[in-house]
Design a protein around this ligand. Structure first.
Ligand SMILES: C[S@@+](CC[C@H](N)C(=O)[O-])C[C@H]1O[C@@H](n2cnc3c(N)ncnc32)[C@H](O)[C@@H]1O
Ligand code: SF4
Length: 451
């Protein structure tokens, strides 16, 4: 049987499984956990351990048809301004509960499009965060940037606040593909954004690409990859297009008969990955690539790669505090998510309440399973000794799953007393293999396909 037929028989194209940016996944969060748990978690933080901070800006000037992010299109700045007022209030509110001296090791602004903010708004928001959290010496500040909605003044304002990492959305450079996804983005505009970011001193630049988009072909994909490589990014994310029109209604604008079929998607992903490898990038986890000198690649080599809501990270901070509508926070005890709809979020904060509206408290078994899933998603290797060290005899509860996986996936896996390894030929099935450790199946949730 050809490799692709074998992977197909094992569910590559039919399985609908999470991307495991958390475990348990967000659909499991419950409305019974919220502001009270948030207050307690904030008050109990250890001031000696730095935290990571995430700020969500759920606005875009244009709404790309392919995009599944929760964001609102706006042609004026007035909704952004009033959202910013609330965001600053939320930051101050959280600040009143924090023990003295909590520092931040990382700050990330995502969206939506954070670069919809004007330079004065950028300064106001950054100062609000800095007034609550002191920065560690090696503080990192990263921002998601839409190259068509940024200029030198905005980049200068972000750099003045300490931005040292950036991520730009590219998706695809081919005009036909761009037209079909409602996202026109000339190469020259992207090139000049990258030049401005480098001049501003960005030390790590990520580019987002997507395979499986309408009209993508091997020739077009090769051209996009070459253009992206000419921009010399330090990292790249290559996401499979998640076509989920039942969640992201605007995807109904995408003509389904223009989408590459399952086999073509698989080939497009393989083509891009092969070209990245030839250019000297290391494959990181299921969908990232990085220069060997980049911190993500170094973390992967040393078994220090982690999975979080932004995908892969070398961030070692155990606590993530999310601000803004729909932001997710991670504390020692579990997860909390702010009210997801922007009006509901604003209402809560303006009423003086904490913004968390849903959450999940982790059990010891969740931690064990979550770490098993994270190891597979990050390292393609579940280290049995590490699980036993961290979780004691409870780790043996996973033995039956390990055996069942070894039987089902045969020589695509290697099971020894030390570890379960996913061998290179089996790696396209990683999400499916990891899902064997997932004890929760939320009702009524339809995930995107696993490839
Ligand atoms: C918040 S956006 C990026 C920042 C900025 N708004 C921009 O467009 O340049 C995050 C990324 O999620 C990815 N993404 C969004 N919708 C997706 C989908 N349906 N399938 C796969 N990836 C998707 C895209 O690669 C996108 O760049
Ligand atoms: S891809 Fe970026 S700019 Fe386009 S809708 Fe999504 S978040 Fe907004």
């Amino acid at each position: 049987m050809k490799q692709i037929d074998r992977l197909k028989a094992l569910g590559l194209f039919d399985s609908r499984v999470p991307r495991y940016t958390s475990y348990p996944t967000a659909p499991l969060f419950s409305a019974e956990i919220g502001a009270a748990e948030q207050a307690r978690a904030l008050q109990q933080l250890d001031p000696d351990v730095p935290v990571s901070v995430y700020l969500h800006i759920p606005f875009c000037e244009r709404l790309c048809w392919f995009c599944a992010c929760r964001t609102q299109g706006t042609q004026t700045l007035s909704p952004v301004e009033s959202y910013l007022d609330t965001l600053v209030k939320e930051i101050r509110q959280v600040g009143t509960l924090l023990p003295k001296g909590v520092r931040m090791g990382r700050m990330h602004w995502g969206g939506g499009t954070p670069t919809i903010l004007t330079p004065p708004m950028i300064g106001r928001l950054a100062q609000a965060v800095k007034s609550v959290f002191a920065q560690t010496e090696d503080w990192e500040f990263s921002v998601e940037i839409d190259p068509t909605l940024v200029d030198r003044d905005k980049i200068a304002a972000l750099a003045a606040e300490g931005m040292n990492r950036a991520s730009i959305g590219i998706q695809d450079f081919d005009p036909l593909v761009q037209q079909a996804i409602g996202r026109m983005q000339p190469f020259e505009v992207t090139r000049s954004c990258v030049d401005d970011l480098r001049v501003a001193g960005i030390r790590s630049l990520n580019a987002d690409l997507v395979y499986g988009l309408p009209h993508q072909s091997e020739v077009r994909m090769a051209d996009t990859v070459d253009k992206v490589l000419s921009l010399d990014p330090d990292r790249m994310a290559l996401f499979g297009y998640a076509h989920v029109p039942w969640v992201a209604k605007r995807q109904k604008l995408i003509k389904e008969d223009s989408l590459p079929d399952d086999q073509a998607r698989f080939q497009l992903a393989g083509l891009a990955a092969a070209r990245f490898a030839v250019a000297g990038y290391e494959a990181i986890g299921i969908d990232h690539f990085a220069k060997p000198t980049d911190r993500l690649a170094q973390a992967a080599r040393h078994g220090q790669l982690r999975r979080n809501f932004q995908g892969y990270t070398d961030d070692a901070c155990p606590t993530l505090i999310g601000f803004g509508a729909s932001s997710i926070s991670r504390f020692n005890g579990g997860y909390l998510q702010n009210a997801a709809a922007t009006p509901a979020y604003i209402e809560r904060v303006e009423a003086g309440q904490l913004a968390a509206a849903r959450g999940y408290l982790m059990t010891p078994e969740d931690r064990l399973r979550g770490r098993a899933i994270e190891m597979l998603m990050c390292d393609f290797r579940l280290d049995r000794a590490e699980l036993a060290r961290g979780h004691g005899t409870a780790a043996a509860a996973l033995d039956d799953i390990l055996q069942a996986l070894a039987e089902r996936f045969g020589d695509l896996l290697r099971l020894t007393d030390e570890a379960l390894e996913i061998l290179p030929e089996g790696r396209p099935l990683t999400r499916i293999i990891a899902s064997a450790f997932d004890a929760h199946t939320p009702e009524g949730v339809r995930y995107s396909q696993a490839s």
